[in-house]
Design a protein around this ligand. Sequence first.
Ligand SMILES: Nc1nc2c(c(=O)[nH]1)N[C@H]1C(S)=C(S)[C@@H](COP(=O)(O)OP(=O)(O)OC[C@H]3O[C@@H](n4cnc5c(=O)[nH]c(N)nc54)[C@H](O)[C@@H]3O)O[C@H]1N2
Ligand SMILES: Nc1nc2c(c(=O)[nH]1)N[C@H]1C(S)=C(S)[C@@H](COP(=O)(O)OP(=O)(O)OC[C@H]3O[C@@H](n4cnc5c(=O)[nH]c(N)nc54)[C@H](O)[C@@H]3O)O[C@H]1N2
Ligand SMILES: [Mo]
Length: 630
Amino acid sequence: MREIRKTVCNRDCPDACSIVAHVEDGKVVQLGGDPAHPVTAGFLCWRTNNFLPLQYSPERLTTPLLRGEPVSWEEALDFAARELLRIRKESGPAAIFHYRSGGSLGALKHLVDYFFSEFGPTTVKSGDICSGAGDAAQLLDFGVEDSHDLFDLLNSRNILLWGKNAVVSSPHTVPVLKESRARKMLIDPVWHKTANLCDAFVQPRPGGDVALAMAVARVLFERGWIDPQAASYCDHLDAFRALAFSRALGEWCAEADVSLDIPGDIAMRLHDGPTSILVGWGMARRVNGGAIVRALDALCAISGNLGIAGGGVSYYFWRRKNFDFSFIRKPPPRTVLEPLFGPEVLAAADPPIRGIWITAGNPVAMLPESVTVDRALRSREFVCVVDAWQTDTTRAATLVLPTTTLLEDDDLLGAYGNHFVGASRQVIPPPPGVRSDLQIMQGLAARTGLGDLLAGTARQWQERILRRDAGFTVADLEERGPQRSQLSAPVLFADRKFKTPSGRVNLMTSAPPRAQVTPAFPLYLMALATDKSQSSQWSKGQRPGPPVVTVHPDSAEGIPDGGQGLLQSSLGSLPIQVRHDSRQRRDVALMAKGGHLREHRNANVLSRARATDLGGGASLYDEPVRLSPS
Ligand SMILES: Nc1nc2c(c(=O)[nH]1)N[C@H]1C(S)=C(S)[C@@H](COP(=O)(O)OP(=O)(O)OC[C@H]3O[C@@H](n4cnc5c(=O)[nH]c(N)nc54)[C@H](O)[C@@H]3O)O[C@H]1N2
Ligand SMILES: Nc1nc2c(c(=O)[nH]1)N[C@H]1C(S)=C(S)[C@@H](COP(=O)(O)OP(=O)(O)OC[C@H]3O[C@@H](n4cnc5c(=O)[nH]c(N)nc54)[C@H](O)[C@@H]3O)O[C@H]1N2
Ligand SMILES: [Mo]
């Protein structure tokens, strides 16, 4: 008999969809989107619609592996406890590094942080590979990082999609964009399908956005299109104006590589408000990513689009505000900057990092300088990876512990692309031998002197973590499905009061230079999200053969469409297949993110570990590369 069970997707995606699972004889046979959730709107993305091959993959881990050999949970947890206790005793807790990434965005994953905070506190990561530079930019400018209600886009007269591929990475924003009658412009160095939703497409130089924004600001000042109240809620308006006027319009346009009429067009759209700027998270993955987001914040502020319905500069939705993690309070003795994971782990001293615990992350594939990350892991005494499948990272581990998938999860989810909160619930039990992160840490707590630190069921922890003033209980989420948080106003900063030290917007006054490509390496390598995978998790596996690199035909170095070649950076090279696309700029080489290292499909083997200007992000899209025939 077919039964229908609902859950919430826990993947690292802005949408946090409500999933309808069809279960037959204990097996999930079909997945779909919940029509009752206003954002999910009855459909799922390709990668989750097609998740079942991964759920039932033969690669699924169902038993702990110690140095590659199956062992019992008793043995595995005893070993882990012994190693952690030994390293702590010999070198202190800072010699242990707990690294958690976004494989599941469930709120209870923070309980693993809680364990390591109480066991140590141990070394943890700082910065953020995904959005660190943009987060820091918005916190500097506004003191808080959050967004307008998703449906407030219906109040906009103009929408600027600034480096945002909604079709691939936030598919549930697409129906809202389609419904909105606003004029829409995409500003992105890369042509992608989201351009089809827009009436205008501007294709600036990668990282040229600060220059483009300065040109726009200059036009706004020259035409008198500055909000007359701007000086009352913005600090440094004069210094920002001076920055915009520090170069002629033509110079800014040359730097951004756009024609002279573009700044005027964008300025007009900002003036003809309300105008919403939707900033893609990818903006933060450049050397000057923080400055780019700060420049967009400033454009929104001076043009009078902050704090009004249909306006705003929306980057991240503050999903964590619905949860109370205040019980995790011990400051770490040391941090490892996430984008510099490989080099910093290798270089750490006093004490060296001897043990690493990895939760919901695949750093070997997903962090820059993959080979260095791999080497850093393989040269530690003890590395434990908790994951549901074999990955490039589990292969570098001493101990691998098998855990639940999104269909077996029991957790709370906030979204970073809308203001809903939901509960994920097991639509099927995990296979025998598989334990949740919480169960694993409970087993470890019992063995490391932390006793009942984590005692309680997942449900009890959800009750403890969900903030009462969000406006609903865990039971409500279970019975009625995801609910919109009352902690989020439809319009952000409606009172034009900001959480900065002065209470006003902190406008930028200077900007660092963008990254340059060179004659020897003339292309910016951009490995971007694809509809076929969630970062390194490919629903139906990776396409066979070498990874595809898409370039403008003029940049293909004579390699024909479909031909093979090498993609090289100063770090290494990768055999690839070339695809021609004349809609792309001549200075970019495009790949899919998340290819596996062991199959030579990973762009991060070519990217140097470099941090961004702000917030400890990674300059993932700024690596200069070249193509050559193989
Ligand atoms: N299908 C699928 N969906 C996903 C993911 C996935 O792997 N697959 N990943 C998830 C994750 S981890 C995240 S963080 C989110 C968001 O993931 P993101 O990758 O941030 O989302 P995109 O909207 O694709 O934003 C990237 C866009 O920024 C553009 N861009 C890059 N550099 C510049 C620049 O200098 N200037 C301008 N103007 N644009 C630039 C890129 O060309 C690209 O179109 O998506 C999530 N959704
Ligand atoms: N070149 C390049 N590199 C990038 C990016 C890019 O655009 N280009 N994007 C960056 C971005 S935006 C991000 S967010 C990062 C993502 O980097 P990661 O977060 O490391 O990527 P995922 O593939 O999502 O890996 C998470 C792992 O968590 C596992 N997992 C899933 N659920 C659970 C669970 O419940 N518990 C545990 N313990 N594990 C679980 C998955 O099986 C998977 O192997 O990558 C970054 N790296
Ligand atoms: Mo991300």
